[in-house]
Every structure is written in C-alpha cells, then in structure tokens.
Ligand binder design. Structure first.
Ligand SMILES: CC(=O)N[C@H]1[C@@H](OP(=O)(O)OP(=O)(O)OC[C@H]2O[C@@H](n3ccc(=O)[nH]c3=O)[C@H](O)[C@@H]2O)O[C@H](CO)[C@@H](O)[C@@H]1O[C@H](C)C(=O)N[C@@H](C)C(=O)N[C@H](CCC(=O)O)C(=O)O
Ligand SMILES: Nc1ncnc2c1ncn2[C@@H]1O[C@H](COP(=O)(O)OP(=O)(O)OP(=O)(O)O)[C@@H](O)[C@H]1O
Length: 488
C-alpha cells in the first residue's frame, strides 16, 4: 500500500519525502521492523521510540512517523511529523488493514470485573444465532478456530487491526473485545468502529496507572462516546448511572440492565445454588427462565449484559436462553476442580477487592464448612489495592493463606506483607506461605470435611511471572498432583 493511502485521515504537521513509496508493514518496535516498513516512534513510559530510529532504518524502514524534529536522509526516508504517534499508529494501522472494524459488528466491553466472562457469553449467544464471532481479550484472541495468546487484555492498535483483518478473512461477522482503561487512555482502540459498548461495573483497580478513581472512570467513559449504535449499561452500578447521565444527549440507543434499579433488561425470581443460578430474564419483548451454569449474583449481571447485546441485535429469547445455558463454565471463573473428596476446591480469577468480595460472598451462601482462601496480589501493579484485598478476604474467609501471585520484579515476601496489613485489621486466622505451590499444598493437606478452598487470582493462567521469567504453573494440575501424592 502506498504511504499516501496509509496516512489518509491522519493529522499531519509536516511531511518530508515521497508519499508514493509502497509500504509492506508497520511497526512501533524497531526490533520488529522489516524491509519497506513504516516505523512509528512512540514516547513511552520506559523508553522513547525516537532513540531507535537508526536501528529501524537499518532494518528496512523507509518511512517514519515521529513527534520530534529528526535528521535523516530525506532522499530515501519519508518523515511524517505528527502531534501524537499513538493516535497516528491507530489511524495508519486501520488504513493499512482496510479499516476492518467498519466491515463487522464490533462490540466493546469495559469495566473492572466481568469483561472476559461477558465476551464468552456474547460469543455463545451470537453463535446460536448462526453468526461467526471473534474475541479479543485477556484469555487471548479467537480468530476462526484458532486462539492467539496476547500479553495485554487489549493489545496495541496495530495488533487489534491485524486481528480484525484476519477475522474478516475468516468471514467473522462480529467481534467482541475487552476494552481496558489502559487501552482507552493509550489510544489502542482509536478508529475502531464500535457498534455497541457494554459497561459492567467500576471499583478500585489500576490506581498505579490512573492515580485516582475519577481518572479511571473518565478513561472508561471514553468508550461510550465512541460507540455508533448502542450503549449497554449496568444501571445498578453508581458509575453506570453516571455514564447514562453523561451520554443521554448522544444520538444512539441506551439499554440498561440490572437487578435492583428499574432497567430495560432485568432479572427476577433469582435462585442461587453452588452449581449455578436460576433466574427469569425480562425484556420489553417478553420473559424467559434461564438455568445458568455459573453461580453468583455477579453471573446474573454478566448474563444480563450478554442478553442485552443479543436483544439489541434482535435475537429471540429462545436463542438467548440456548446461548446462555450452553456455557458450562469459563476457564478460571468459579471453576470447580474435581477432587473426589469431602471438601471442594474452586479456582477463580478474582484479583480486585470487588472481584474477591463477589466470589467469597457467593461461596459463603452455600458453605457448610470453613471457607479457606489462598491468594496474593500481583507485583509491579497497583500497590494501594493490596491491603484492601487482604481486608476484604479477611472479612469473608475463615482461614487465609496469603501467598504470591505473579510477583514480577518485586520481592514476593514484601507483597505478601502488604496484603497482610489489611488482613490483620479484621482476621487473625491467617498464615504467610510465600511459595504458592506450598500454600496450596498446606490448604489441601489441612482441609476439613465440607471446607471450600478458594484459589484466587490465577484463574485461567497456567503460568507464574517471576522477574522476566514466565514459568509453568497450572493450579488444576497442582491440586491433582497434591491429592495423588497424599494417596500414597
Ligand atoms: C503502561 C503500559 O501500558 N505500557 C504499554 C506501552 O509501553 P511503553 O509505551 O511504556 O513502551 P516503552 O517500553 O516506553 O517503549 C517506547 C517505545 O519504544 C519502542 N522500542 C523500545 C525498545 C527498542 O529497542 N526499540 C523500540 O522501538 C517500544 O516498542 C515503544 O513503542 O506500550 C506498549 C506497546 O503497546 C505496551 O506493551 C505496554 O504495556 C505494558 C506491557 C503493560 O503491562 N501494560 C499493562 C499495565 C496494561 O496495559 N494492562 C491493561 C489492563 C489489564 C487488566 O485489565 O488487568 C491491558 O489492556 O492489558
Ligand atoms: N460482573 C462481575 N462483577 C464483579 N465481579 C465479577 C464479575 N464477573 C466476574 N467477576 C469476578 O472477577 C473475576 C474476573 O472475571 P473476568 O475475567 O470476567 O473479569 P475481567 O474484567 O475480564 O478481568 P481482567 O480484565 O482483569 O481479565 C471472576 O473470576 C470473578 O471472581
């Protein structure tokens, strides 16, 4: 594609050199530049892409997108100066891949908790309506029948556009994408043509990045100004109500969902049990009973969000029911590990104070024995939430084993101590076992009849991150190995 076509719609300050060159690819990482590429120099948090321009040229870049004045051989290298290279990366990536989001139904899901769960529920319902669906999110990206692992929940704009392009090639009709607050702030989803935006909830998280809850909220709010057709909002959440208020003059539809406040789509007759939750799904076009296989009130909210999306697309109640009921579980979300013992083990991805509260209150509803929590907090991520997580778990669990969870570059024992600060305020029944495998072993070896052991934080992850190393760590397998060892 010619440079002049790639830069269509780009807000350009200055251009040096020819726009007639053919471009074979785009990269914002000098190490990944190939022959006849555009290199986009980004001023990041750790480093500055402008420092790597020589390397990018050596590797074959023939065009540069920059924010700073630079000196290069203008005969051979085209230089495009812009105000914002993250925004420009999104624009040129979308152009390069033929603006794929305009050729499909794109659904964005944002909020602190529930994003991944909702993407899988939406996929299940739309598939029952015979639509081929792609996913972009924490558990990787689903394109056709393949799963591609990504390190971010919402990848960089270049990768998003590339994935959407491949989805179109696979004749995918819709894509449901988790939209993190970081991605909204860092313009990864700019120029994505969203049909629908879904808001789940907002609670304390990522303050290492956003500093204040208000900034965090404002980042999320951006999505609801980007959608073209419909915003789907959890009206029981205080921030959900703010989004409805702030966007009320936009020329798009709003569907609210909830259990408490008056909503367009709502649940009644809710009956909770350990293996799921039954409820009546009410819509302006009628009601239907749902037997949902993931327990907890939070699951009702996730199901309502997915049902609202399907409802907007005119999918009938019976198909919505079929789609919701055919989800037997989502990996690492309230996943019950089969132990064949008189105690239970549940793996759950809860890693925020709110997520932990939701999963523990759900367990509390059915527990006949003790609730034992094995959990920790991630390293190099929001430190302020650690004691709050500790206090939350301290409130709801009978016994706590505080351990590691992806320490990254931090000293694991110190992270555990940060969590224990909060635990101590409300509960004295805890121990510190920094090694997570040993912590799980302790919980299982000391389990009593009817105990429910919650392994919180890792969810679907089958690895642990220590320093820069990603080491195998599959809690399902670890539990089974410990049980086997105990049989000997
Ligand atoms: C804070 C943050 O989000 N940082 C993201 C950001 O990095 P950065 O801009 O700071 O990059 P940098 O290291 O300073 O480098 C600047 C530029 O120089 C380039 N470079 C660097 C070295 C070199 O040799 N050559 C070169 O060209 C880099 O490619 C980059 O373009 O841009 C990078 C490229 O897109 C992202 O990978 C990176 O995400 C990091 C890995 C990250 O961990 N982000 C987390 C916090 C995140 O985004 N999380 C959210 C939410 C998850 C949740 O909900 O829990 C997510 O969506 O995943
Ligand atoms: N609607 C919800 N409200 C509160 N907690 C929830 C909700 N849905 C799920 N959870 C809890 O949060 C955990 C993470 O759920 P999920 O992966 O769907 O959220 P997420 O927003 O995608 O999180 P992340 O972006 O960090 O992956 C679940 O394992 C569960 O404990």
């Amino acid at each position: 594609m010619k440079i002049k076509n790639i830069i269509k719609g780009l807000e350009v300050e200055k251009i040096y050199g020819s726009l007639e060159k053919d471009i074979k690819g785009i990269s914002y990482d000098s190490r990944k530049v190939g022959s006849n590429y555009v290199f986009v120099a980004i001023e990041g948090f750790e480093s500055d892409g402008h420092k790597y321009i020589d390397q990018a040229i050596e590797k074959g870049a023939t065009a540069l997108v920059v924010t700073k004045d630079i000196k290069v051989d203008e005969e051979n290298i085209t230089v495009i100066k812009v105000k914002d290279t993250r925004d420009s990366l999104a624009r040129i990536s979308s152009n390069f891949y033929g603006n794929p989001s305009e050729k499909m139904k794109l659904i964005g899901v944002t909020g602190t908790n529930g994003k991944t769960s909702i993407t899988y529920l939406v996929k299940s319902i739309l598939e029952k309506a015979n639509m081929k669906i792609g996913i972009i999110g924490t558990m990787g990206s689903v394109i056709g029948d393949e799963l591609f692992n990504t390190s971010n929940t919402t990848p960089e704009s270049l990768l998003i556009q590339e994935y959407l392009y491949h989805m179109i090639e696979e004749e995918t009709k819709a894509c449901v994408m988790e939209v993190s607050s970081h991605s909204l702030d860092l313009k990864r989803v700019e120029y994505c043509n969203f049909d629908i935006g879904i808001f789940t909830n907002l609670s304390r998280d990522h303050l290492d990045y956003h500093n204040t809850i208000e900034n965090y909220f404002n980042a999320k709010l951006k999505l609801f100004y980007m959608t073209n057709k419909c915003n789907i909002i959890n009206i029981d959440d205080i921030y959900g109500r703010r989004i409805v208020e702030e966007t009320k003059d936009l020329d798009i539809s709003t569907i609210t969902y909830g259990i408490v406040e008056k909503a367009t789509i709502y649940a009644t007759d809710i009956e909770y049990h350990l293996n799921g939750v039954d409820f009546k799904l009410n819509t302006p076009k009628g009601s239907i009973d749902i037997l949902f296989n993931i327990p907890g009130e939070f699951s009702v909210y996730n199901a309502l969000a997915a049902a609202s999306c399907a409802y907007y697309y005119g999918i009938g109640l019976n198909t919505i029911k079929e789609g919701l009921q055919s989800v037997k579980g989502i990996k690492g979300r309230f996943e019950i590990v089969p132990t064949n013992r008189d105690f239970s083990v549940i793996i759950d991805f809860a890693h925020t104070p709110d997520g932990l509260e939701k999963v523990l209150t759900t367990i509390r509803q059915f527990s006949e024995g003790r609730v034992v929590a094995v959990f920790g907090a991630g390293g190099n991520r929001d430190r302020t939430k650690r004691p709050i997580m500790g206090e939350t778990v301290g409130k709801y669990a009978d016994f706590l084993i505080v351990t590691s969870d992806n320490p990254r570059h931090e000293e694991p024992g110190r992270i555990v101590d940060d969590v224990i600060e909060g635990v101590k305020k409300v509960n004295k029944n805890y121990i510190k076992i920094v090694d997570r495998k040993e912590a799980i072993e302790y919980a299982i070896k000391n389990a009593r009849s009817k105990d429910i052991i919650l392994l919180a934080g890792k969810g679907h992850e089958t690895y642990t991150i220590i320093g820069d190393e990603v080491l195998p760590f599959d809690e399902r397998q670890i539990v089974l190995d410990i049980l086997k060892k105990m049989e000997k």
